[in-house]
Design a protein around this ligand. Structure first.
Ligand code: CA
Length: 227
C-alpha cells in the first residue's frame, strides 16, 4: 500500500514510518497539517494516517478540507491521544474512516490500514457497470437490458463484462479470448459461439443487438441506448 503519515510527534512518526516501510509499504510523511493536506491532495495514496492534534491545521480540519474541498476519498485512519467519545465523534463527523487511540500497537495500525484499503478496493470493484440500456452488477452478476433481466452462462457473462468495462472500445478477438478463457484455451470457434448466445439473449431481452461486429477486426459495444 501507499501510505501517507501526517504526524508531528517525531518519535511516533518515525516508528510508524519504519514499521510500515519494513512491512513492504511505500510511505511518505508530513509533520504539519498544511504540508500533509498538500501531499494528500497531490499524491496517490491508498490510505492516510492522520494525527488529530497538528501544528498549522488540525487533523479534523484537514480531513474536512480533504473531503469537502478537494473531493478526495482516500481512507483516513485518525490517531487520537485523547480517548474521549467527543473526539472520536468529531473525527468521524469530519470524514475519518477509522481511528486508533494513542498509545497504539504498530501492528494494529497496519491491520486497520489494510482493512481500509481492501474496503475501498472492494467498493471500486463492485461499482455497477452501465452502457446504453445495459447494466451489470458485478456483486450479484445481475444483467438487465432495457429493464429486463438477462440470464447468461458464466463465459457469456464474462464476455459481456469485458465489453461493458469499456463501451465503444474495439476489442480484437484475441483480447476477448484472453479476457474470457485466459491465454491458451480459447479458439475463434468458442468465442463465436459464446458471442452468438450472448447476442441472442440480449435481443430476446431488449429487442435489439447492442454489439457491433467489425469484420476481420473484432467487436464493440454501443455506449448509447436505443433511440
Ligand atoms: Ca500531535
Amino acid at each position: 500500500m501507499r501510505v501517507l503519515i501526517i504526524e508531528d510527534d517525531p518519535a511516533i512518526a518515525a516508528n510508524l514510518y519504519d514499521f510500515l516501510e519494513e512491512r513492504g509499504h511505500v510511505v511518505d510523511a508530513a509533520a504539519d497539517g498544511v504540508t500533509g493536506l498538500h501531499l494528500a491532495v497531490t499524491g496517490d495514496f491508498d490510505a492516510i494516517v492522520l494525527d488529530l492534534g497538528l501544528p498549522g491545521m488540525d487533523g479534523a480540519s484537514l480531513c474536512r478540507k480533504l473531503r469537502d474541498e478537494a473531493r478526495n476519498d482516500t481512507p483516513v485512519l485518525m490517531l487520537t491521544a485523547r480517548d474521549t467519545l467527543e473526539d472520536k465523534l468529531e473525527g468521524f463527523a469530519r470524514g475519518a474512516d477509522d481511528y486508533v487511540v494513542k498509545p497504539f500497537a504498530l501492528k494494529e495500525v497496519e491491520a486497520r490500514l489494510v482493512a481500509l484499503g481492501k474496503r475501498r478496493a472492494g467498493k471500486v470493484a463492485q461499482r455497477e457497470l452501465a452502457a446504453g440500456d445495459l447494466t451489470l452488477d458485478p456483486r450479484t452478476l445481475a444483467v438487465r437490458f432495457r429493464g429486463n433481466d438477462v440470464r447468461l452462462p458464466p463465459k457469456c457473462l464474462r464476455l459481456l463484462e469485458t465489453l461493458m468495462a469499456e463501451p465503444e472500445r474495439v476489442f480484437s478477438r484475441k483480447e476477448l479470448e484472453t479476457a474470457v478463457w485466459g491465454d491458451t484455451q480459447g479458439t475463434s470457434d468458442t468465442l463465436r459461439s459464446h458471442m452468438y448466445v450472448l447476442r441472442r439473449e440480449l435481443v430476446q431481452a431488449g429487442g435489439y443487438d447492442p454489439i457491433e461486429t467489425l469484420h476481420g477486426i473484432g467487436y464493440r459495444l454501443a455506449s448509447r441506448g436505443a433511440a
